[in-house]
Design a binder for this molecule. Sequence first.
Ligand code: G6P
Ligand code: MN
Length: 452
Amino acid sequence: MKLSILGGGGFRTPYVYQALLRDQGSPRIDEVTLHDLDEQRLHTMVAILTELAAGYPDPPLVKPTTSLPAAVEGSDFVFAALRVGGLEGRRCDEHVALDLNVLGQETTGPGGLAYAIRTVPVMVEAARVIRELAPDAYVLNFTNPAGIITEAMQAVLGDRVLGICDTPSGLGRRVAELLGLDQSRVRLDYLGLNHLGWMRGIHHDGRDVLPGLLADDAALGALEEGEIFGLDWIRALGSIPNEYLYYYYFNRDAVRRIVESGQTRGDFLARTQDEFYRAAHRQGAGVADRWRDTVARRSASYMAEARGDAAGTGHVGRPEADPADQGYAGVALGVMTAISRNERQTMILNVRNNGTIAGLPDDAVVEVPTMVDANGVHPLAIGRPDLHQLGLMAQVKNVERATIAAALSGSRSAAVTAFALHPLVDSVTVARSLVAGYVARIPQVAAVLTGR
Ligand code: G6P
Ligand code: MN
């Protein structure tokens, strides 16, 4: 089978390739096309993957290309993990908002909307190319903000595109490890939008172990969520929030900590990754090891920035997952094998709502437990959200849709509306300043919002 990776020169591609190398089932991926606009990065990536493949008898063939149609044509699966505007764009997403004293973060709050505005048109165009040249392919979208991008692409590709995030399954895995549960016997009751969800139950052999966990100081405190949200707040909610909800529940604290730390996560990553790519092409052999060293410097703690620790060091509570096995590459491989080998699996994915979450539109993309097999994706029935959950999801979903509309129409005033209705933007005046700032600082945002 053929897999194409859009944004194939990116830092997480080696994890995906490692997952493919380890997979010895059948049918398997035997050809990987890497698409990227940056030839130098492609060159570096091929060198890394070639080193990773050493010792494997039949590694998947790697083909780099800067042509999107060539990459996509005839693919069985397409992964999309690209960053329009690069890490420099991410830095601006963060800093423009922080300068206005609101949250500056990659996906949550205004930064995520600026990221979406320049990314939606690119991904919708990619969806059209896929519909044309690989009509039967499944698209596994990692491109953030994953919920928004997946919803925009679904308008072209329908249910053949689904969004992937590692945080819900990561939470499930860490809870299972902590409590010594057999993961295959655990059913997670999770619901939300991407980066905005709640674990409301953890059923093990039919028994919900969440109430016991919530009552247990030591166990709950050992969980990263216990550390960042505090035990009292988790108990007050009665569910474990996705780590990204820190930015909502502790908004002022998050903004203050990021500002006080003196660097954003984007600042840190831009420095370390750009250093790596700049040096990579002249250093020769050993590039896979240097990639490994660079990723090791970025810890698995996504909450690093909220802790005022953009480098993600100094973190204690979170057991490090092997990203090729259990991180997002692992989830992606799980989806591919479930579809191509008809090995039924249940995973928390971003899919079309279709009545799963009562109160949200049918065509909204939501993040829920989903059964995947050769017939596609089937979200599982779940209980109703409570009023707080429904209210927050509805408010943010409306903003997501307004953002897609602004990105597709190019209307600056539509963009202001989207920003102004975001719960983390506290004034229409601030929304106007945000849009002005993003247009001034990010050329790809300016190109979309032509002022019509
Ligand atoms: C998690 C999230 C991703 C996000 C990433 C940021 O994996 O699920 O959606 O992009 O964290 O990590 P980074 O190392 O780029 O800050
Ligand atoms: Mn994610």
